[in-house]
Design a protein. Structure first.
Length: 229
């Protein structure tokens, strides 16, 4: 599957994904929102990989000037209808159409792992975040992707396309695998200071193999630090 097709696949599964996301992923959504240690009133925020606007709606209700960005036109069509107060754009996360230091906070949930070059996305996140601004990023766990590779023997370090069936078999996705080095890159950490890390399972929204218990996602919390260069 090409890079373009990976980004556009949500055009085909968008309705089913939206239908089950809030129901099946409610625990992860609650954890994510509980980690927003920021008064959003009058803040300018970006929801990166916003989907149909489930989190953008939350940010708007909290009083934030909200921007949403996604690769799926179908998702954004629904988002614009549901949250007309927000500003939505379509495109590639590796090339964000915003000026340097635009946002007080950048939020992202289950989106960054969909691209091959995650470090390019993290560089863009750092670029558009204001000095002292917040990054809260929920990402599919590399351990989960390693387990979902399925083939044997598995190679954690080799980037491969991983097929996932989520929401108890209702949605099929294909995403490139990643290692932690793809996310904890020196380029990003030179500009942003990591202040918290969290990981957890997300069953049954995520598939569970062999009845094992393992992390399905992790959350990075970082602050853009003026002293880190």
């Amino acid at each position: 599957m090409t890079k373009k097709n990976i980004l556009k696949q949500y055009n085909q599964v968008g309705d089913a994904y939206s239908k089950y996301l809030e129901i099946k992923s409610e625990p992860a959504i609650e954890v994510f929102r509980s980690m927003i240690d920021l008064n959003l009133k009058d803040k300018v925020v970006l929801d990166l990989g916003c989907g149909d606007g489930i989190d953008a709606k939350f940010f708007v209700e909290k009083g934030a000037t909200t921007y949403g960005f996604d690769a799926s036109e179908e998702f954004l069509k629904n988002a614009r209808e549901k949250i007309p107060q927000a500003n939505f754009s379509v495109g590639d996360m590796q090339h964000l159409p915003y000026e340097n230091e635009t946002f007080d906070a950048v939020f992202s949930k289950y989106a960054i792992q969909t691209v091959y070059e995650t470090q390019a996305v993290l560089q863009e996140i750092a670029r558009v975040t204001k000095i002292g601004g917040l990054n809260l990023l929920l990402i599919k766990h590399p351990m989960r992707q390693f387990i979902e590779k399925g083939n044997s023997p598995k190679d954690y370090f080799k980037q491969e396309l991983v097929h996932s069936t989520i929401f108890e078999g209702t949605v099929n996705l294909v995403e490139p695998s990643h290692t932690f080095m793809d996310y904890l890159s020196s380029t990003y950490l030179r500009e942003c200071r990591l202040i918290d890390y969290y990981e957890d399972e997300d069953f049954p929204a995520s598939p569970q193999y062999n009845k094992d218990n393992y992390a399905c996602y992790f959350i990075l919390t970082a602050i853009k630090d003026p002293w880190k260069k």
